[in-house]
Design a binder for this molecule. Sequence first.
Ligand code: PA5
Length: 443
Amino acid sequence: MNTLSFDLSRIGISLSDQIIAEAIRANELIHNGQGPGNDMLGWVTLPSSTSEEELCRIEKEAARLRALADVIICIGIGGSYLGARAVYEALQDPFQLLHRQQDTPILLFAGQNLSEDYHARLLQAVEERSIAVIAISKSGTTTEPAIAFRLFREELERRYGRKEAARRIVAVTDHAKGALKTMADREGYTTFAIPDNVGGRYSVLTPVGLLPLATAGIDIRALLDGARLMELSTATDRPFAENPAACYAAVRNMLYRQGFNIEILATYEPQLQYFTEWWKQLFGESEGKQGRGIFPTSTLFSTDLHSLGQYIQEGERNLFETVISVKNSQTRIVINPDRENLDGLNYLSGKRLSEINHTAESGVCIAHVEGGVPNLRVRIPEISARTLGALIYFFEKACGISGYLLGINPFDQPGVEVYKKKMFALLNKPGYEKISEELRSEI
Ligand code: PA5
């Protein structure tokens, strides 16, 4: 089955032999483990190496949680949050909360921000619901999810007592270290390990993503199948032109070298909005280093055609656009003719809404290319677990290749530590720098 194809026809440039050779070499570095960050390459073979035993264990635990609770609170931030949320939102009925009958638990998310109102309202919203918690943190020490976990652990213990609370908590964390692992061992929580050699933003195909998704009834085997197809399509024995991740990485770096330093990931499907958030984190945290990197941003069209659309069409010419183009929708709406035609829409009679959406996509592509915005297109046949698995692996592989083309280590994130140190200092966390009263009062 064709899960994904990559279209370069609207970029308006041709790839140089030099960049093609560099992209081939970068892909080889990922596979032979001789590039920077080579201790974090576990994600490369995850689709083909995840064992039946691991999958069964995840599915069994998911079934146990499903039977136990009707709301699952997934606690995590960054790579320990966005992948699960991206796939969940893409495959969920967006209006499921209005449905009377829920067959599978709803996933709600916490710990991805420090908002008092968000967390208070979440605690309040689940007051009458049976709940369980999946706490996800590789380090086991990240402040935002640790605070949310404390809040929800207290809530579970208050409601169910300490022993039952422990049955309702699953920890996905390091196999040996970190505060979450210590607590899990002490309280007897079920745990799943995040492999040492897989970083947060490359971890959606580990229990970090697979456990919450399986709990929500999503077919994680299909997700991995799609990723496995892409693992094969982007292997080093594939010719460059048939490796979509290498092509994409080469094009975006070629554009970057010509001054296009902002990439917009565009979707015409609101269900993919969180997928674009996952993509932003993947590329932003991987590439934004040493004063370099394409700034990743995203748009949801048509919505943003009526906001950012003006800038994209006529603003500074340093943008290029990558569109996730979805061929088939899962439902059907046909525009009916109207006797009076007061809205003037009868010329659309008989057309499906998806056809009009696709035509908008084509029109926008022509307009943006004419306006000087190179346009790349990633095509998927439909939004499904399989195609999302393929998309995930495609972007992960492209990100690794692209990072090497840029000359940075795409698998670390030293910059993320800086805000933490300043926040800890301001919170008077023991062991951090002292911030003067003068500076405190200035900010
Ligand atoms: O990609 C990354 O490494 C980060 O985004 C982390 O996933 C994020 O900071 C959360 O870290 P942790 O899982 O250790 O709580």
